[in-house]
Each structure stands twice: as C-alpha cells, then as structure tokens.
Design a protein. Sequence first.
Length: 202
Amino acid sequence: MNKISIFLLFLTIISINVNGQDENSEPLMNLDIYVNGEKFQIKDGDTLNISNTQIVVKSSDFMTFDFGVVSFDYPKYFAYSFEEDFAYKNWTLDGNDLVIMYFEIGAEAELDMFIKEMVKQFGRKNCNVIDHFVKIGDLDLKGKRINVEIIGQKITYDMYKLESNDFKSHFIAFQDSKNEDGLDSKESIETLNIINETIQYK
C-alpha cells in the first residue's frame, strides 16, 4: 500500500470517529420502544419513524423518588445511594450543592434524636439549631434547621418528620451548601421548586 493510500485510509478512520460518539462523553442510553409488540431500539434523543410518523424519544431530565410515604421528581444527575440495616433505611440523592436524605426507621423515633447526632458530626461549636417551618407541595412541615459554619463555609441542614400510619418513623432532610453571600444555592432553589410541583403524599 503506497503512502497516499495509507493517508486516505487514515482520513477515513478519522471521519468515522468524528461522526460517531465522542469518546470523552458518557455513552448514550439505549431505549427499547414497543409498538404493537414490535421492538425498536434507539439511542436517547433519536427519531423513530413509524408509518410516516416521526416519534422523538428522549429520556426525561428528571428521576422519580418513590419510597417511604412520599414521591417526588428530582434532577437525574443527582447521585442515588441506599443503605439498609436492622429496622433502618436511608436513601440519599446527592447533587452539587444540595443533598436530599430520606430516613425510614422501623420504630418510633423523634426528630431531636437525629438533630443531636448531626450536631455531633458537624461539631457543636459550629452549629446553631432553630425551629424551621416549610410548605412542600400541600404539606406543612415543622422541623429543625441546623445552621453550620465551618472554615467560612455556610451550610444549612433542614430536617422534618413525616406523618405515617405504618408504625414507622419517616424523616426527610435537605442539606444545602450556601453561596458566598449566605443565600440558598441555585441548585437548591431549582430542585425544591421541582419537588414542590411534583411531591405526593401516600
């Protein structure tokens, strides 16, 4: 093979790679679409043509948390984790500035128990605990806020107990890393707006 042929082959390979998926990007999600029992597999955001009808299929920007006594939507880029021990479950949705935590205890438990434990973790000298009230969707929640300041970083940790009839204790918490001016992070504001619009109490 002469040098010109090798060069043309090299350009062809480059062209194929450029037109394909960027190697630095996350692989696109495969979506299985079933129409009258027939399966079609496409990539997230692709267009599916069926009987001269164009159907654009795209995964949502949001995931749905549906555990315990509530369900709500949250941004899909939040990292999801789950821990379980005897009579204890904990779900965590971790964003950049906002962390959402849901706790389910298989017995009667009080909010103050969790607050005291969190104060220990943050360091008592770094914390100021106050009563906190919030309306999320149709829920009027009364809880506690821990104002935390560690080496100039301001954090709020809000926690509320949710009513239930399953003889368990349910808690939801929101931890927000504040802006430099001490105000709520943009992520916290936007995510709580989404939760407000989608939350359902079971």
